[in-house]
Design a protein around this ligand. Structure first.
Ligand code: ADP
Length: 156
């Protein structure tokens, strides 16, 4: 059976931290679905279509990587796409505590799912999408924090 992992997140926008986790996880799975969660309470800073376009462009030469958006519970999306693994990145002990409870609840909701964690590379520990958004909001240059080819455009 095909080993499919879902990498869920907002990717608002994708950063070098996300890119590194995905590339390092690639040998572990037959397919990784980057799943951009749509949260009706939280619109996001960059438009959804733009976020998906950037991710698609970054991994255009990787046939094992797919990009999709989803509504609702991550475990329901996993069931839908027949994924048995959720991929997450860990930066700090705060990430661990947060991820531990979500991972355990997800396992209770869907017994077939397991969450696989990869530790971030040291140089990406302090990197997150909200810092990138903040730099863009105040017209700074955040290009060093996002994958090559991602041209950040300040939303109107
Ligand atoms: P969320 O909205 O769920 O926080 P994100 O888009 O911020 O989603 O992140 C998705 C996943 O990527 C999470 O597992 C998060 O820990 C991981 N991640 C984010 N930034 C980094 C980074 N710099 N290094 C490693 N993992 C990261």
């Amino acid at each position: 059976m095909k080993k499919i992992a879902v990498f869920p997140g907002s990717f608002d926008p994708i950063t070098k931290g996300h890119e590194s986790i995905i590339l390092r996880a690639l040998p572990l799975f037959d397919e990784i679905i980057i799943a951009v969660g749509i949260n009706s309470d939280k619109k996001g800073y960059f438009p959804l279509e733009q976020r998906i376009k950037w991710i698609t462009q970054v991994f255009k030469n990787e046939p094992k990587i797919k990009v999709q958006s989803y509504h609702g519970l991550t475990v329901d999306f996993c069931r839908l796409v027949k994924a048995k693994y959720i991929l997450r990145g860990l930066r700090t002990s705060a990430d661990f505590e947060f991820e531990r409870s979500i991972g355990q609840i997800n396992k209770q909701l869907y017994g077939d799912i397991d969450t696989i964690f990869l530790l971030t590379q040291p140089e990406h520990t302090s990197l997150n999408s909200s810092i990138v958004r903040e730099i863009v909001r105040y017209n700074g240059d955040a290009s060093q924090f996002v994958p090559d080819g991602v041209k950040l455009i300040k939303p109107e």
